[in-house]
Design a protein around this ligand. Structure first.
Ligand code: ARG
Length: 578
């Protein structure tokens, strides 16, 4: 409806442009919003306020003229001028019912595919080899995957790019240590505890000079393409990614082995990048290192920021790799939009890499690159989320604990589920709760990991939404009556109807802003609106007429389908019974 209203306003302004000189630039900013408060109608626009200044007109008078020139449209029951000059639109019940019927008949629930589908590269998850997936990788994984699912649903061509940290000087040490472990325990050693492996490797490196010599030799060999070192490196990468894949599968994340595009992929490009930056006069030598000075950023002394792209010893850096990486995504992957789900502490790093890439001509202005930053995950004490002994919290342990807690909860609630169904329900609630807790907060802020809050069956949680879904499905198990035409008599019915028709906008916003919490908020509000409807409008009760029951069943059906589809876009499963 929003788009329709925008075009109605535009055609009104078209006619007014005979009298007024309307600035085309202002028109592109023209907006129609859903109102919060029903007394202001269903939609409102500030177009008159926006134009009044440049046209030297009183905004209320201008609003009146705009309304007078609006083409007639049966979907609008009435318009009103409010406050300093807002135009409020009241949608007619017939129009609302028609929208609902169209949604009900549409497997996509009214969510249109994008007019201009884009090739979107999404950089997310990006764990490091021979390291445990840390908390910031979990956030990136969960939030990135929700946005990927949404963009694909909107018809975009999404390329998942798992920028795995699989290159760097630490690999000499890791290869040397893997070699030692294999000699001790033979083939097929278990590398399930990366944290211990990494720590021990570092210890050996720091305390054993012979080991350190080997480690340093192995880095050089690896970089030179030595087959033995390459094979050992590949083993480390494979072991890590197999372990991570188990986590992705358990978390119901859509990443696969095919999506790995690790740092090593860009390695062959790096000498060429530095040579090119040098020939373009961007990189200059400074004490043996190659440095790009950027006026856009200043260092602590207020001087232009120097970004090293090649160290004195010839080594390249994380930034050099990200410069090459963005070039690859533009040239080879043909990206039109690139999203980076990386924690906010890496913002400066990305800005430096992209500024250099722009100056070098690797990143054309029509390609949008976005740092979809997120804050930290904190414990209940407000400090970074850690185990009691200060170690990294392993995702496996976290999910095990979630499942234990959900199992207890189900017992307390007197659940009669057993066997496989029970296990599946426990898994879906546990995974859903952990993911939703992360997704439902505005990602830009830190968030507090709190078991009790995320597992509550009331409040803005996955269990609450999953439960709302299965409660609605239970209605359909109790009756063989079918949903029918929409009739909106009660206020609670109209409120639910209005909320339902806002689903497509909520989905589009997640795609535009890469912010899944907007969809979470929508689904939570939808459930609340549904509960209020369900309390005041009986569905199966005796005395409800067949037409009204059929309409209410249609509202129930549509609500459950919107909940299911919405949660699915967030990567969360619903259950018929729980
Ligand atoms: N591996 C990095 C880390 O653990 C994240 C990589 C993010 N992506 C990128 N293109 N820099 O922090």
């Amino acid at each position: 409806m929003k788009e329709q209203l925008v075009s109605l306003i535009k055609s009104s302004l078209q006619q007014l442009s005979a009298t007024y000189d309307i600035d085309k630039n202002l028109l592109s900013a023209l907006r129609v919003d859903r109102t919060r408060d029903k007394s202001h109608g269903d939609f409102a626009s500030n177009v008159a306020l926006m134009l009044s200044k440049s046209l030297h007109q009183n905004p209320r008078a201008l609003a009146e003229e705009i309304i007078a020139h609006l083409p007639h449209d049966p979907r609008i029951a009435k318009t009103e001028i409010a406050g300093p000059g807002f135009i409020n639109f009241f949608v007619s019940d017939e129009s609302l019912c028609a929208t609902l019927s169209a949604m009900l008949a549409d497997p996509r629930l009214g969510v249109a595919k994008a007019d201009k589908p884009q090739r979107v590269v999404v950089d997310y998850s990006a764990p490091n080899v021979a390291k445990e997936m840390a908390v910031h990788h979990i956030r990136s994984t969960v939030i990135g995957d929700a946005v990927v699912r949404t963009l694909e649903f909107l018809g975009h061509d999404v390329i998942r790019a798992n920028h795995v940290g699989d290159w760097g000087t630490q690999f000499g040490m890791l290869i040397a240590y893997l070699e030692r472990k294999e000699n001790e325990s033979g083939e097929g050693m278990d590398l399930s505890d990366f944290e211990a492996f990494y720590r021990e490797a570092k210890q050996a490196y720091d305390s054993d000079p012979d080991f350190a010599v080997t480690a340093r030799r192995y880095v050089v060999l690896l970089q030179g393409g030595d087959p033995y070192c390459k094979a050992m490196w590949q083993k480390l990468v494979t072991m890590t990614m197999e372990q991570n894949q188990r986590i992705y599968d358990r978390l119901d994340v859509t990443l696969t082995e095919k999506d790995v595009m690790g740092e090593s992929l860009y390695n062959p490009m790096l000498p060429g990048i530095v040579a090119d930056l040098t020939s373009k006069g961007l990189a200059v030598e400074d004490d043996g290192a190659m440095v790009v000075y950027l006026n856009e950023f200043t260092n602590r002394d207020g001087q232009p920021m120097g970004v090293i792209v090649r160290k004195k010893d010839g080594g390249y850096l994380y930034t050099t790799t990200d410069i090459a990486c963005v070039k690859y995504r533009v040239d080879t992957l043909k990206a039109e939009r690139i999203l980076y789900f990386i924690d906010s502490r890496q913002h400066q790093h990305l800005m430096e890499a992209w500024t250099i890439a722009r100056k070098a001509g690797y990143l054309p202005a029509n390609v949008s690159v976005e740092h979809d930053a997120f804050g930290m995950m904190l414990g209940r004490d407000g400090r970074p989320f850690k185990t009691r002994t200060g170690g990294t919290v392993k995702l496996k342990d976290l999910l095990d604990e979630a499942e234990e807690r959900v199992s207890k909860l189900l017992e307390e609630r007197g659940s009669a589920l057993e066997g496989d169904i029970r296990r599946e329900v426990i898994h879906n609630i546990a995974v859903g709760a952990v993911k939703y807790a992360d997704l439902s907060k505005n990602r830009t802020t830190d968030y507090i990991f709190d078991w009790d809050l995320m597992l509550a069956f009331d409040g803005n949680t996955a269990p609450y939404l999953q439960y709302a879904y299965s409660r609605i499905r239970a209605i359909f198990r109790k009756t063989d009556k079918k949903p029918g035409n929409f009739i909106l008599n009660e206020e609670a019915e109209t409120a639910l109807a209005n909320k339902l028709t806002a689903f497509p906008e909520a989905v589009r916003q997640v795609g535009d802003k890469a912010m899944p919490h907007l969809l979470c908020t929508y689904l939570y509000e939808l459930s609340g609106t549904f509960m209020r409807f369900y309390e005041s409008c009986p569905v199966l009760k005796e005395g409800v007429s067949d037409e009204v029951r059929a309409s209410r069943l249609a509202l129930c059906d549509l609500t459950s389908r919107v909940l299911k589809q919405g949660l699915n876009l967030l990567g969360i499963r619903v259950m018929e019974q729980m």
